[in-house]
Design a protein around this ligand. Sequence first.
Ligand code: SAH
Ligand code: F3S
Length: 433
Amino acid sequence: MSKKLFIETLGCAMNSRDSEHMIAELREKEGYETVDDFTQADLILINTCSVREKPVHKLFSELGTFNKKKKSSAKIGVCGCTASHLGKEIIEKAPYVNFVLGARNVSKISEILHKNKAVEIDINYDDSEFAFKDFRSSPFKAFINISMGCDKSCTFCIVPKTRGEEVSIPDSIIIAEAQRVVDNGVKEIFLLGQNVNNYGRRFTGEHEKVNFTELLRRLSDIDGLQRIRFTSPHPFHMDDEFIEEFSRNPKICKSMHMPLQSGSTKILKDMKRGYSKEWFLNRVEKLRSMCPDATISTDIIVAFPGESDDDFLETVDVMKRVKFDQIFSFKYSSRPETEAQHFTNVVDSDVASQRLTYLQSLNNEIIDEKHSKLLGNIYRIYFEDLHRDGHIAGRSDNNIVVKVKGSEELLGEYRDVKITAIGRTILTGEIIA
Ligand code: SAH
Ligand code: F3S
C-alpha cells in the first residue's frame, strides 16, 4: 500500500509550484500519494509563507494541532519561506517537527525525509537545472518556474532573504517543459518568478543572452499552446520592447500585474522600488495606448513607515487615475532581516486600518463601475473550474472570471460567452458559440 502525504500550501503561486514539485518527487521516488485528511497521513508538510507576519503565527498553532491529532508514526516537515528564515528555531519551538526545508531547497525533499531533525535552508542552493519529476494539480493550466530568488532589495520584503539571489532557469529547460505540458493537453501556461521581466540577468552556466521578451517570443512559437500568462513583472523593468511584445503577441494574455506598492514617489524611494509615481503612470499609459483591452492588477501596501496623509493621497490618486481591475492590498507588516524593520516612523495601526478600508472601498466602487459596462460583452472563456451548483467558471484572455451553467464536458474548452449579469469578483454569462 502506498504511503500517504498531506500537504498544506500557503502564500504565492510559486509556493504552489514548489508543492507540486515536492509531491512529484515524493510520488516517484518514495511512493507517496496525496490525501485531504491529515489524520490519515504518514507525512504532513506545511509549505509556508513569510511575506507578512500573520501566517507565521498561524504556523505554530497549526503545527500544534497536527501534532495532537496525527497518526503517531506520521512525520511532520516544515517547508517554504518561513522554514528558510526561522530554520532550526522551528524545531526548538516545536520539537516534534521532523525536518525543516527552505524555499530554495525543495529538490532535496526525498533526501531530507530520511534524516531526523535535519534543517536544509541554504538560500543560495542552486536547483535551477534540477530535473524535477512531473506532477500538476490542474490538467488545464500549468505553472512553470522561469527563475528563482530575487535580486531586488525592496526594504519591506523578506523574499530575497528566504529565496536567495536571482537565478534564471535555462530557456531550453523552460521551453521543453512547456512543450511537454502542451503535448499532454494543457493549453495555457503560467510563468512564475519573483521578478519575471528581469529574466536572463544571471544563469548558472554558460547561456546565450535571452531576456524575458525573447523568452515570451520563443514560447509563443510552440504549436498548440494557446495562452501565456506570467507573474510578477516589476514596473521598473517594463521597457518599451516588453510592452510592445506584450501588446502584439496574440498568445500573451492581456492582463498585466503591475505591483505599485505606493503612489508616493517619496515612499517608493524609501521602499527602494526603483521607479517614481510618474514612471508608473507613464508605463500604464504606454500599455493602455498600445493595448486598450488589457486589464491591470496591482499590489499596494498601506502605512509603510513614514507614510503621511499626503503620501497616502498620492496612492489614492494613482488608484483613481489607473482604475485597476484588481488590487491586492495589505497593511505594512514589519519583517525580520529587512531594512524597513529598523525604520522608526511607524504609522499608527488605527490609521493603517482606516487607510486599508478606504482603499478597498474605493476599489470596490471602481470595480462595480467598470463591471457594469461589461454587460452584453462577448469574451472567449477557457473553462477550468467546475462549481458544485451546476456552474462552470473560466477566464477571458484579459483575466475576467465568468461562470455559465454547464458541466464537466466544458473543462479545458474555449467558448464565446456573452455577459448577462454582473458581480464583483465573478460575472455570469451564457455560451453563444
Ligand atoms: N515580487 C513578488 C513580491 C512577492 S510579495 C511579486 O511581485 O509577486 C507579494 C506582495 O506582498 C508584494 O507585492 C507586496 O505588496 C506584499 N508585501 C511584501 N512584503 C510585505 C510587507 N512586509 N508588508 C506588507 N505587504 C508586503
Ligand atoms: Fe520582494 Fe521586491 Fe523582490 S517585493 S520579491 S524584493 S521585487
